[in-house]
Design a protein around this ligand. Structure first.
Ligand code: SF4
Ligand code: SF4
Ligand code: SF4
Length: 266
């Protein structure tokens, strides 16, 4: 995201060791307002909203988003206010307090419970390594496949080679095991032979870096409301079962994916 020179100057006054975190928070605030450029007023508002009295800015919970809301053309989904709902939900559940109480000494960024939301499968906010990752997806629907005129645009646009045109009688076929739900084939199709189908978030749990890195385990595609319910249950499971300082990914490995799925999805 671009920064105005005044905003750049203002953020340079933030201590270097928390500057990256503050910059992220400011960019997220600007993105949530649909801005393409960070201005001084975003920096000032962020300071008031997030940092008032908290000099290190580390609260125990971090909900990050990609820059989709500021107008990224790759965006597959748009659910305004979703990140704020996730943050509110987790705060109400007491996750920040739980994290703070489990850490002896000062709270550091790597202690925080992280939720990362990206609006398309490119995953610019790195949801794969967050405790809970949400990847926006818009799946193609080929119910009107007979409308195909054989232009080939869908095949060209798909970076996963997930679309094939079958002959005779041209007919698009989407290979579901390859499709990531970027939504681009439905956007480009001129006849509606491929239209946008189910949309929502692919939910990943248990991603982390550190000494034992782990990519989040994907649970499937869910509507925003379903995803919120999964986030809520994951927080409950974590606060119920995790040892002090244990990350969700380590807990998932300890109790087994089957039990985790039962707790989050059934
Ligand atoms: S994740 Fe997708 S929508 Fe979000 S900023 Fe990256 S490319 Fe754009
Ligand atoms: S949504 Fe369409 S373009 Fe995107 S990966 Fe799936 S088949 Fe390919
Ligand atoms: S973009 Fe649409 S009309 Fe063109 S080949 Fe693909 S399905 Fe057919």
């Amino acid at each position: 995201m671009r920064w105005s020179s005044e905003a750049e100057q203002a953020v340079k006054r933030v201590p270097f060791f928390i500057r990256p975190k503050v910059k992220k928070a400011v960019e997220r605030l600007a993105a949530s307002k649909g801005a393409g450029t960070v201005t001084l007023s975003h920096v000032q508002e962020c300071k008031q909203r997030y940092l008032g009295g908290q000099h290190d800015g580390v609260q125990g919970l971090q909900v990050e988003t990609c820059f989709g809301p500021s107008g990224c053309s790759n965006r597959a989904v748009s659910f305004p206010g979703f990140a704020d709902r996730v943050e509110r939900l987790l705060e109400e559940k007491g996750i920040s307090r739980f994290i703070r109480e489990g850490v002896s000494g000062p709270l550091k960024p790597h202690h925080e419970f992280r939720v990362s939301i990206s609006d398309c499968p490119n995953g610019c906010s790195r949801p794969q390594i967050a405790d809970i990752g949400l990847l926006g997806a818009a799946m193609p629907d080929t119910a009107e496949a007979s409308a195909c005129n054989g232009c080939g645009s869908c095949v060209e646009v798909c970076r996963e080679a997930a679309v094939e045109l079958r002959h005779p009688g041209l007919c698009p076929l989407v290979l579901s095991d390859r499709c990531l739900g970027c939504g681009q084939c439905a956007v480009i199709c001129p006849t509606g032979a491929i239209a946008q189908g189910a949309e929502g978030y692919r939910v990943l749990v248990g991603g982390k870096l550190g000494r034992h890195p782990r990519l989040g385990t994907e649970l499937g595609l869910f509507t925003p409301e379903q995803a919120l319910e999964i986030v809520s249950r994951a927080a409950e499971l974590y606060m119920d079962r995790a040892k002090p300082g244990q990350r969700l990914g380590a807990l998932v490995d300890e109790i087994g994916l089957g039990r985790v799925k039962a707790a989050l999805l059934e």
